[in-house]
Design a binder for this molecule. Sequence first.
Ligand code: HEC
Length: 709
Amino acid sequence: MSSLRLPIFVWHGLICLRAFPAAPDPNSSMTQWQVYHGDAGGSHYSALDQINRSNVKDLEVAWIWHSEETGSTIECNPIVVDDLIYVTTPRLRCVALHAGNGKEVWRFDPWSGGRGGGVSRGVTYWSDGKSDHRIFFSAGDYLYALNARTGIPIPTFGQEGRISHRDGFDTDVFFFSIGNNTPGIIWKDLLILGSTTGEGPQPCAPGHIRAFDVRTGVRKWIFHTIPHPGEFGYETWGPESWRQVGSANAWGGFTLDPERGIVFCGTGSPAYDSWGGDRPGQNLFGNCTLALNAETGERIWHFQAVHHDLWDYDLPTPPVLASLKRDGSLMDVVVQPTKMGHLFVLDRETGNPVYPVEEVPVPSSRMPGELSWPTQPFPTSPFRLAMTRMDPDHATQLNEQANAKVLHDLKGMRTGDVFLPPGYQKSVVLPQFNGGCEWGGAAFDPDSNTIIVNVSNEAEWTSMVDSRPDQGISLHRLGRHLYRSVCAHCHGLASPIHPSSPSLEEVHQRLNEAQVGQIMETGRGQMPSFSSLSDLEKRAVIAFLFDTGREEQIQTRDLKLSYAADVPVVATGHHDWRDPEGFPVNKRPWGTLSAVDLDQGRIRWQVPLGTYPKLEQRGVSPTGTFNIGGPVVTRGGLVFIGAAMDERFHAFDKDTGELLWEHQMNAGGYATPATYMLDGRQFVVIAAGGGGKPGTRKGDAFYCFALPE
Ligand code: HEC
């Protein structure tokens, strides 16, 4: 048996920590960055102005910290508490750096030295205002509570400092994979948390929202995003959907109005993403802006931005808290960006649209068993920021060959406006499934009641095919599937996740097949019995662990759980669609940054965001590019944003959209920056994790900028 491996803590102890501040002071929240996206309202705003329009040209690198690992894109928006900055790495270690010089102070490794992996957009800080300071960090199946000064798990929280993302459900989720990529938010002594779930044709977990006691990890409330019988919204589904359908999860995090005690989120689409015949109806609370009582989790209001989603048009970010002038006084609103590139401006207390929203008829689906919803909500034009139509008139004009190729592709494709339902024939999807707007969200500038938001304009195509559930799968593949859904949440995928469960990677060298079968049958020590698995299922798990059974085919109808698609049609995927040189197929700009005046309901400026160096050399610039990661707006008159595929960190004039400064990084800054003040010096930091798109470089660093000392 492999030796027991425990999480690794590296305490560098190099830095003399000063006393932590008391609980976050709401009045100073505008000059600090203690919360994901700047503050509880998700404003992405800083009142700092040391770096401003006149001196931003002098900005230089203050420090660069390399995590020395590559994996996924770094999507982390760091938070800063006193002199520590908390970041996450491409393989999901949580690290505290000195905010002034980028020196590593501690590192927490939830993978016990294993490879690790996944996506993390950052962490949550909580303090009791005295000596208890915690960092909440999700990796794999678990949420960890770490001592903010040392990175050591707090033993009194959950089990040895962590809880499982499967904890606190009131239905059985044992077979489902559940994680969390975006930090939760604090309300008093509660951590309010969303989840990532499956969204494919296989069964997956429901995306219910839960609040946990920050001290103990005990679940305090749950909100059913897929309502149970008797609950509001239950009738917007089929009668059995609540048992069968998953997802509708708040995967993009939360914002909070501390004065009103309201927590907000945007929810994702219900599963399956591309076919909803088993969920007839509008499907509340999928694709909704939700306002919940932060104390109890009760619904206050909801606004659904996509009815009965068939496009994976999740609401990828919580709404940003904002205000605007109405009849001579200030009105509190929230602004919800969507993957369609729509902005919905909603009354903060009622959810009623402040600017008109119209239900517009959309084409209906012809897929078997599908009952698509006849209308979808559209805001008025200043609040529609993305390109939503791709037909011959909208084909790229970059050069003749590009135009000719795209016109050729378009022949035989279904074209139309946003909300064209998928069908057997190839059809255009614009915006593509990752926006429009994305998880980076929007910034709110309270100095001018303006929303700053970046949008991608890149078409893709999709199509549907009949699924063949009886096609069968190999014994090995069934075993792999079972292992991942049943065994992996203790034994891990490659390295163990649960410290006391041995890795099974090399179990075939220690035990024979009969012994493993016996352990599954009876359980052992802390391992429960899996006698409920059928003989076939047990045989399949063993085949996976011993790397056999690739040739033996199983009929899926012989299985009690449905591991294969249980739907009549499945999507062929999100297909990347390019011109002969690899550029997008639709007209430019391929990405924009916009400033929307909330008082007047008009676009103040809109500029292309990013450029392709190859086109820049030919004098075609800026074109805008696909972009991901949000903006930061400051009292210094600046908008800081990476996001674009040119791998540059940009500063724009927030009043005009003029590009004032940019810095070439070694990989794309596909993350939201943060800005903070330490020892009288303003810093701006952004992750440069790169990756994300084919042909882009991977990175491992955080870049931090300041004015010369
Ligand atoms: C709830 C956590 C948990 C789950 C789920 C789980 N195990 Fe285990 N497993 C353990 C623990 C803990 C041990 C160590 C038990 C002991 O020896 O005291 C263990 C031990 C084992 C061993 C013995 C390993 C060795 O090297 O001696 C095998 C084999 C095994 N598990 C197989 C499985 C399989 C197959 C599944 C899925 C069907 C599974 N386990 C699911 C916790 C779990």
